[in-house]
Ligand binder design. Structure first.
Ligand SMILES: Cc1cc2nc3c(=O)[nH]c(=O)nc-3n(C[C@H](O)[C@H](O)[C@H](O)COP(=O)(O)OP(=O)(O)OC[C@H]3O[C@@H](n4cnc5c(N)ncnc54)[C@H](O)[C@@H]3O)c2cc1C
Length: 317
């Protein structure tokens, strides 16, 4: 069975959840081989995690020589691994960095690239949701090694033990890949909540909050969810732009999306309508968001959300 290379997305060796989703998808296509690019002394923790999600092999690439540079060296590492392993596919998380690595890798290996996939079949046929979510497109790479960037939350990570055999891989990085150097990097201040694009549950608020996001945040914390916002809420200065969901904000595809005081404008839907289950709380029973929901509550969010959060807490206890 051919290997399927999965680039590990990690922060200081802590593997981020989308990697486990990719490993789950990789098992449909062949034998998952994870690729760790980072400090060698942080690899052990990552190996333990990816093993649990079926990685048979883990290529460990020490990044001492390349960590001060932007993504070009990572694409070179992957290109050399593609050359070595002739994999059935290369899977990367579809974020800003992942898409750039994928594009560079596609050029280097003369291969086809598909980005923003939300599903991949065993035959390598991918699904993308396009035009503000109004069309689903299925496509397949026809040349070279399929390079597929997959959106977070496209699969539920399923545990299965892999051998996790570690192989150190010494890549040769060209000077051409070292032309953009990182001068400084500061981590964003953590909200203590999951990242919006990766969260399994997102609780969002709109103009209907009237600027009071406390009930939205209370429910989010009860559910262990990320907080999102409509553009109306962001434009009013109630929430930072990084929280905006929609056409000109983030695209999310969680297991559960709870829209509160959000009317359901097409531009908002574009960012959330591929969510698996959609719940809305809105005091207007004619609000367009109700056309989209699995469950709808007609009511004042300031009454409904605290009651719901209390019920969730009570259930947890
Ligand atoms: C080019 C372009 C790009 C855009 N990009 C985005 C984008 O990325 N994301 C985005 O969200 N929008 C975007 N918009 C804006 C979009 O068209 C809508 O204006 C916006 O989504 C409306 O936000 P809202 O639903 O919070 O507000 P409204 O449409 O004003 O809806 C508020 C809702 O709250 C309900 N409500 C009021 N009080 C309560 C209460 N107490 N309890 C319960 N419900 C209550 C009301 O019944 C109403 O349905 C874009 C627009 C354009 C033109």
């Amino acid at each position: 069975m051919s290997e399927v290379l999965v680039l590990i997305d990690h922060v200081d060796g802590a593997v981020r959840k989308p990697t486990n989703e990719l490993l789950t998808i990789a098992r449909r296509l062949g034998e998952p081989s994870a690729v760790f690019i980072g400090p060698a002394d942080q690899a052990a923790g990552a190996v333990e995690t990816v093993k649990k999600y079926g990685a048979e092999k883990v290529y460990v690439v020490d990044d001492a020589e390349i960590k001060g540079y932007l993504v070009a060296p990572k694409a070179e590492v992957l290109a050399q691994l593609v050359e070595k392993t002739s994999p059935a596919a290369v899977l990367i998380v579809s974020g800003g960095e992942g898409k750039e690595i994928g594009a560079r890798l596609a050029v280097k290996t003369s291969s086809g690239l598909i980005t923003d996939a939300v599903d991949v079949t065993a035959e390598g046929v991918t699904t993308q949701s396009v035009f503000a979510g109004n069309y689903s497109v299925t496509s397949k790479v026809t040349k070279g090694t399929p390079i597929i960037a997959i959106k977070p939350n496209s699969a539920s990570p399923e545990e299965t033990a892999g051998a996790g055999t570690v192989e150190e891989f010494a890549a040769t990085i060209s000077d051409a890949a070292k032309t953009a150097q990182i001068v400084a990097a500061q981590p964003r201040q953590s909200t203590g909540r999951p990242d919006l694009t990766e969260a399994a549950i997102v609780v969002s608020g709109g103009r209907g909050t009237g600027g009071d996001f406390a009930p939205v945040e209370k429910l989010a914390d009860a559910l262990g969810a990320a907080v999102g916002a409509s553009r109306a809420a962001v434009d009013s200065g109630w929430m930072p732009h990084t929280f905006q969901v929609g056409q000109t904000g983030k695209t999310v595809s969680p297991q559960l999306y709870v829209a509160n005081g959000i009317s359901g404008a097409i531009q908002h839907r574009a960012g959330m309508q591929t969510s698996k289950t959609i719940v809305a709380v809105n005091k207007d029973e004619e609000a367009p968001i109700f056309e989209l929901v699995d469950f709808g509550v007609v009511g004042d969010l300031h009454a409904v959300l605290p009651a719901l959060a209390d019920a969730v807490e009570a259930r947890k206890n």
